[in-house]
Design a protein around this ligand. Structure first.
Ligand code: ARG
Length: 433
């Protein structure tokens, strides 16, 4: 008889898995990131088993101290992760057996890896929401500060990327603060919805032991146990929701990144990135490239991809746990890491950029940005129907265009040649403030 693979589940097996089977089955290289959550979940489970009289006090104490030691070994880099032990759960349980012997085997009473991994993963995503919120707040603080500083900095506002109406840089930047405020509230929602505890669902059908699910839920900071044991082990919508929030926030960052890329071109010249946030070209000595902004724009691809990846894995999966679901973590970890990096880089870039107010103002003076204000003046002062005011303004724009001048450079006579009731007051709206 060949060596059995797993002392954990190998009872009915005569042969160890093929090397490739082991390779496709193992998740330890990815899910080792769940070690702290796995240990916290096991400690809470052991306390509950003891409180319910399912585990003796000496066994429980041995488990607690063994798990504490393992936590120390992992955080100090001394722990050896083994691929033949598949995943983080079995790596930790096997080490616990080395350390405390038989009592380790009692930890898995009234539990399955299915409710265990669902619990660990929820704890991890919950923490990830908090970390992302901190970084989002950091960027929002920078943008809000800049927005306040540029409350009166005039720039062109664009639609279709054509000059539309004058706005302030303050308002433009505040638009991003608003987007991030919504992203933050989406993270709050996600965190709130995921905060239910799967423990006690066991494999799928619950467990015959007299356990206390409310206790484990409370110990781990969950609001309540999940009411349906089958849902508890098979639900992953908390992960897709998290991935969506990451993708949406990344999408917002990509829009700001795109504007930075445009605005740092010599053609726009609205802002200049600090040297620390730019790169050079290996051939063109004059170049200063906004690479960080370009990469933030590009990382949206990963964030969107990760959302689609997990939704595709989960689509049409029958209840309850399927091994497909092991593919749920890499994408979540990657989206988290990517978004943290993008938020920090965007913050650094924005905090150190120099804004060219004169260039922005000049740009707002081109493109007849005050034409809408003129039409509104005709409506409010002369009581013209808006459509007529629009038409009259169009003719005035055409006149300015033929003279290659700005609207406020037309004389009153010239303006009156198109609409005789226009008065000198009109200059207060067609001239930039
Ligand atoms: N590594 C597994 C995962 O991440 C843990 C759950 C395994 N459950 C099982 N029934 N094989 O999904």
């Amino acid at each position: 008889m060949t060596q059995k693979s797993s002392t954990i589940w190998g009872g009915r097996f005569d042969a160890r898995p093929d090397d490739l089977m082991e390779q496709i089955n193992a998740s330890i290289d990815i899910d080792r990131r769940l070690y702290a959550q796995d240990i916290a979940g096991s400690k809470a489970h052991a306390r509950m088993l003891c409180a319910c009289g399912i585990l003796s006090t000496p066994d429980e104490q041995a488990i607690q101290s063994g798990l504490d030691q393992i936590l120390g070994e992992i955080t100090s880099g001394q722990f050896t992760f083994r691929r033949d032990l598949e995943d983080i759960h079995m790596n930790i349980e096997t080490r616990l057996k080395d350390l405390i012997g038989e009592a380790a085997g009692r930890l898995h009473t009234a539990r399955s890896r299915n409710d265990q991994v669902a619990t660990d993963f929820r704890l991890w995503v919950r923490e990830a929401c908090e970390v992302l919120k901190t970084h989002m707040n950091g960027l929002m603080d920078t943008l809000a500060r800049l927005s306040g500083e540029h409350e009166h900095t005039v720039m062109p506002g664009f639609t279709h990327l054509q000059v539309a109406q004058p706005v302030t840089l303050g308002r433009h930047l505040d638009a991003y603060v608003q987007m991030l405020t919504r992203d933050l509230s989406r993270l709050d929602d996600c965190r709130k919805r995921l905060n239910e505890c799967p423990l006690g669902a066991a494999a799928l059908a619950g467990t015959p032991y007299p356990i206390n699910r409310v206790m484990t839920a409370q110990e781990l900071g969950f609001d309540r146990p999940m009411p349906n044991t089958m849902d508890a082990v098979s639900a992953r919508d908390f992960a897709t929701e998290f991935l969506f929030v990451c993708a949406q926030a990344g999408l917002h960052l990509s829009r700001l990144a795109e504007e930075i890329i445009l605005w740092t071109t010599p053609q726009f010249g609205f802002l200049r990135l600090a040297d620390q946030w730019s790169t050079g070209s290996s051939i063109m000595p004059q170049k200063k490239n906004p690479d960080a902004a370009e990469l933030i724009r590009a990382k949206t691809g990963r964030l969107n991809g990760n959302l689609i990846q997990l939704m595709t894995v989960l689509k049409a999966l029958p209840l309850t746990y399927n091994k497909d679901m092991q593919e749920d973590k890499a994408c979540v970890f990657e989206s988290f890491d990517t978004l943290v990096l993008c938020l920090c880089a965007m913050n650094g870039m924005m905090a150190t950029a120099t804004w060219h107010k004169d260039t922005m103002r000049k740009a707002a003076e081109t493109g007849y940005a005050t034409a809408t204000a003129l039409a509104d003046w005709l409506v409010m002062t002369l009581h013209m129907p808006f459509r007529d005011a629009h038409h009259v303004t169009g003719r005035i724009v055409k006149l300015a265009e033929s003279k290659a001048c700005r609207l406020d450079e037309l004389s009153l006579d010239e303006l009156q040649s198109i609409e005789k009731r226009i008065s000198i007051d009109v200059y207060s709206v067609i001239r930039l403030k």
